[in-house]
Design a protein around this ligand. Sequence first.
Ligand code: 13P
Ligand code: SF4
Length: 365
Amino acid sequence: MQATAIAFDRFKPLQDDACESRIVAGKAALGKRAVILGHHYQRADVYKHADLTGDSLKLSKLASQTDADYIVFCGVHFMAEVADILSKPEQAVILPDMNAGCSMADMANLAKVERAWRELGAVLDPDQAITPVTYINSAADLKAFCGEHGGIVCTSSNAKQILEWSFARREKVLFFPDQHLGRWSGYMIGIPPDEMVVWDFDEPLGGLTPEQIRKARILLWKGHCSVHQMFQVQHVLNFRNQYPEGMVISHPECNFEVCKLSDYVGSTDFIINTVAESKPDTRWLVGTELNLVNRIAEQFKPQGKIVRFMAPTVCMCSTMARIDPQHLAWTLENLVEGKVVNQIKVPAREAELARTALKRMLEVV
Ligand code: 13P
Ligand code: SF4
């Protein structure tokens, strides 16, 4: 008989420190039956318990390779969905707090994408002319939409190659939900800026004329990341003035002008590796989430590297931060008792189509 779940209410009042030993004990009791995956933006007091860490591409691959019965995902909802889609049916994927979402992923939904597809049908035949490309930061049903319509998923580390794959098949791309990643990746493969137009999902025909649609190579969904939009050109210019020898590195979710002014642009893994491989005593300005920047600032201090956060204000992925030590301890203690809480399970048909789009991506990189 299934044990009754331990209520989260018992963990809510615990201090962060008090959760520490309970997480360690829970992990020890579960042994190889559970694996904790942690995204680089995860807060430090949770990140340190992760068995495996990475950017979203690496974590999707790890989720498809582990044999653990339980995959505890310290990240956000779409990442746990991908883990469920790519893992074996008998494995359970758990998101310690169901409220850990991604505000960018929420900027596109199936109804709006289907409406866009229908409206585009008044100008051209979308299934012949357009490859739908969804950033992995999106709900599973949008990945399924791409699977069904000859499209594909991309992450911040492979978007350029995925666009090349897409253009080898059809003349245009509908890229959602992040306009910035789409624009930067389009620029990287040589698409002129005037052939990339923004699709405003609140306007009929995306706020575009049929002529603009016919001329466009990439239709960029009007979505963005609320964290990365905080990084501004002036932050880069101030740093360059103060430290002309300094290096600037940004995530491609930053706006186009910030990316253009940066020395390097890439995913969270790329950012960490680039700073790690740099010469000692170098100075860096980093345009991505605060937990990651704080972590690498500490990590590379002994090599004389000075790593500074790009914005003067605190910009954290507040939704990912909802996965706190209390939720992690609660999740693990329930698993020890044989109770799976907060399981992420994508419906079978949706998972199958989404898997098609994800596998296309994994075959490219
Ligand atoms: P990565 O692909 O670099 O992990 O980025 C995911 C993300 O959500 C960035 O905001
Ligand atoms: Fe989503 Fe932005 Fe958080 Fe990344 S940083 S998970 S895009 S809200």
